[in-house]
Design a protein around this ligand. Structure first.
Ligand code: ADP
Ligand code: MG
Length: 253
């Protein structure tokens, strides 16, 4: 049975998509069968995995809104053991279209029932909001991985996220837990970085991963080549640290 992990933070640009794609690829590198589900209408995980928009006829929108079987929308990537359910801009309408639907918070859960056996990990790349799409992700997930960017106000807005997690635990998914908090875009050249690390560790304690993802230009280049970092530049700091993160996640099992 796949462990399902949502990668979430309603702040944009904190490294959710970068983490989903690269953690997913690194888990696949270690021999796990991985499915990445893109539920952000931006489709950054989709294009970052090398899936071209022109090759996508149906996507996660059709699964959530039109009850398309998820098997029909899975794409394979160039890396073995790594599959993707893509998102395209049509997903932008889903927040509104889901509103009047019955059991709207559990549509993703229902959709994934039949494929949970086929993977070891399912990672969900969440949008920068706490709307119906994110609630769907939390309702089906075992846990949530929270990337936090090493910058001023890093913790700002996290109380809203934690509140949403508590609401989902109360109403839809009592077993939901926090997988871990990941510090991202760390810049060793500034004092700010280490101050933020200390602050986040004080608040989240042992739930913060030992691995810290540095700011690394190769990580920001890789998506435009449609490749995870371990295929784009396996010797980079970015590749090294995402492999280390994957090891930590595997050790949590
Ligand atoms: P989110 O999904 O939370 O919006 P992204 O993963 O898309 O965030 O990251 C935002 C931007 O920062 C992207 O352009 C991405 O390539 C870049 N980026 C993410 N992580 C790093 C990093 N560790 N070093 C350098 N650039 C990064
Ligand atoms: Mg993103």
């Amino acid at each position: 049975m796949a462990r399902i992990i949502s990668v979430a933070n309603q702040k944009g640009g904190v490294g959710k998509t970068t983490t989903t794609v690269n953690l997913g690829a690194c888990l696949a590198y270690y021999g796990k069968r991985v499915l990445i589900i893109d539920i952000d209408a931006q489709g950054n995980a989709t294009s970052g995995m090398g899936i071209r928009k022109s090759d996508v006829s149906k996507d996660i929108y059709d699964v959530l809104v039109n009850e398309e079987p998820v098997d029909n929308v899975i794409h394979q990537t160039t890396r073995e053991n790594l599959d993707v359910v893509p998102a395209t801009i049509q997903l932008a309408g889903a927040e509104i279209e889901l509103t009047p639907m019955m059991a709207r918070e559990s549509r993703l859960k229902t959709a994934l029932k039949d494929i949970r056996e086929e993977y070891d990990y399912i990672l969900i790349d969440c949008p920068p909001s706490l709307g119906h799409l994110t609630i769907n992700a939390f309702t089906v997930s075992d846990s949530i991985l929270i990337p936090v960017q090493c910058e001023y106000y890093a913790l700002e807005g996290l109380s809203q996220l934690l509140n949403t997690i508590r609401l989902v635990q109360k109403h839809f998914n009592p077993d939901l837990r926090i997988e871990g908090v990941l510090l991202t875009m760390y810049d060793a050249r500034t004092n700010l970085g280490s101050e933020v690390v200390e602050e986040v560790r004080k608040y989240f304690r042992e739930r913060v991963y030992d691995t810290i993802i540095p700011r690394n230009v190769r990580l920001s280049e890789a998506p435009s080549h449609g490749l995870p970092i371990i295929d784009y530049d396996p010797r980079s700091r970015g590749a090294e640290t995402y492999l280390a993160l994957a090891k930590e996640v595997l050790a949590h099992e």
